[in-house]
Write a protein that binds this ligand. Structure first.
Ligand code: ATP
Ligand code: MG
Length: 366
């Protein structure tokens, strides 16, 4: 046995993830299944500042990350977000902007990895009319557009050496020139950079300037992989199952026990993006109201259990269900319901495995 007809909790009336409309200074995590904690009926206030923009996660690693995000957001310090692909680096960058006094000013994203070397400077700093073939008009660069707001330098490790120097200068002096221009312009843009590369290694190999790394890395935020926070798999799956069910006009009650066991066991190399995509596909494929194992087209791998009776996964799925249900076994929002088992059966399994269900009461156990 393992997790769950993971009951999908009440949908937000706005249809938006919790966190979108939070006043500055409030940060929320979203309990997706079962009852929500606290008096708001939907949000679990964990930190004192910074909005989290629909970031789902209650594991202790995720709480620590969101706490750091909440603390750095209002400061204006440069932030370097690192992590594997699909771990939420861009979401965090947006949360930092949203939780800052610059929230009403522009958030400007530059994908440093997608720009041809010849256009990076013009994209970042703009150009004057006639500065190169095709420059028919004067054009503002991203740093100018981000003035007063935040510039998000995505895949910053891909920046060519010449632009690394120019970037260093903007960071140090807030000054730059447009391509083909002589006028020195000023900008006040808060910098958030992201990379899935190891920048220390890039510095050692001479591909990235160490002085630029120091400037960018005033405040590091390391996004955990989904493998490091498997306790969040059920929450995130439920969040997206509900979202896509609504979008597709389907009624989906939850995820079958064997499917949830497989989701928890899978190593998620593409992290949250991969989970999100697989859930969307499962919602499309589902014939009934429960997402079955066959609906999740999980790539084959040794970590995926063949049945829902794999003992190794039993503890993990029971704990995930208890966490989602905040320690409650009985009742419509209880863990037994979400696991599709009789409460008495679940209770005896909990005793046999020596799990302390009370530890999940206030979301204390992660
Ligand atoms: N904590 C979370 N809760 C719910 N959804 C999330 C969370 N983190 C990320 N996502 C979703 O996962 C997807 C990938 O997130 P994002 O684009 O921020 O990742 P990334 O780290 O920038 O990936 P890449 O390195 O591939 O650019 C997005 O659709 C995002 O909304
Ligand atoms: Mg990204």
């Amino acid at each position: 046995m393992s997790t769950a007809i993971a009951v999908l909790g009440e949908f937000e009336s706005s249809g938006q993830p919790v966190g979108h409309h939070l006043p500055a200074g409030v940060s929320a995590l979203t309990p997706m299944f079962g009852e929500s904690s606290g008096g708001t009926g939907r949000a679990d206030v964990i930190a004192s500042s910074g909005a989290t923009l629909g970031m789902v996660g209650e594991s202790s690693v995720m709480r620590r990350v969101l706490d750091r995000v909440a603390r750095v957001a209002p400061t204006g310090a440069s932030v370097l977000v690192t992590g594997e692909t699909g771990t939420g680096k861009e979401l965090v960058a947006r949360a930092i902007h949203a939780g800052s006094p610059r929230a009403k000013r522009p958030f400007v994203r530059v994908n440093c990895g997608a720009l041809a070397e010849g256009v990076v400077a013009s994209e970042l700093f703009g150009h004057e009319r006639g500065s190169f073939t095709g420059a028919l008009e004067r054009r503002k660069g991203r740093f100018e557009l981000a003035n007063g707001g935040t510039i998000f330098l995505d895949e910053v490790a891909e920046l060519p050496p010449a632009q690394q120097i120019a970037l260093l200068r903007v960071l140090q002096e807030g000054e730059f020139e447009r391509v083909g221009g002589t006028e020195t312009l000023k900008t006040d843009a808060r910098v958030v950079a992201a990379t899935n590369r190891n920048l220390d290694e890039a510095v050692r190999e001479g591909r990235f300037r160490s002085d630029l790394l120091f400037r960018l890395n005033v405040f590091p935020v390391a996004m955990p992989s989904l493998r490091e926070r498997k306790g969040d798999v059920a929450l995130i799956a439920g969040h997206y199952a509900r979202q896509y069910a609504t979008k597709l006009g389907k009624r989906i009650r939850g995820v079958s026990p064997s499917a949830m066991a497989a989701l928890v066991a899978y190593p998620w190399p593409g992290n949250i993006r991969e989970l999100q995509n697989l859930v969307e596909r499962a919602v499309i494929l589902a014939r009934g109201e429960v997402l079955e194992l066959a609906d999740f087209e999980l790539p084959d791998g040794p970590a995926i259990p063949r049945s829902d009776t794999e003992p190794a996964d039993e503890r993990q799925s029971i704990e995930a269900a208890l966490r989602a249900a905040r320690g409650r076994v009985y009742g419509p929002d209880g863990a037994a319901e979400s696991l599709g088992t009789a409460p008495s059966t679940l209770d005896s399994r909990i005793r046999r495995l020596g799990i302390d269900k009370f530890a999940f009461r206030a979301g204390r156990r992660n």
